[in-house]
Design a protein. Sequence first.
Length: 131
Amino acid sequence: GNIENNGTINVSSNSSNAYGIRINNNGKVGNIENNGTINGSSDSSNAFGIRIENSGKAGNIENNGTISVKATADSFGIYNSGNIGEILNSGIISGESKKDVSNGFGVRNYSGTINNIENNIIEIKQRIVKY
């Protein structure tokens, strides 16, 4: 089936990774559509707005809203190590790290497949904030 968010997904963790939407290994989902907000934060590890893992599969990811994550370690608006049809962005995808040894990614494709990325409007950004 499909996943559609028209509201708010807030996730946070003080002791491990935080995931807004997570498709595990070998998991399959149709399209993921975000018209609302996905916020993720982790004070001790990584944060993911949307994560497709290893052999996980998603149809298209369409973002018309905001995907924003912040973490002490690495943060990823969208992280893919599986297979995604297309990413269609008409909103904001943002990742922010709170340490200078970590990274913030809007979209990160790590040994996965994304057939196409179309960024129509605002921004895909990454930022590292040094404290």
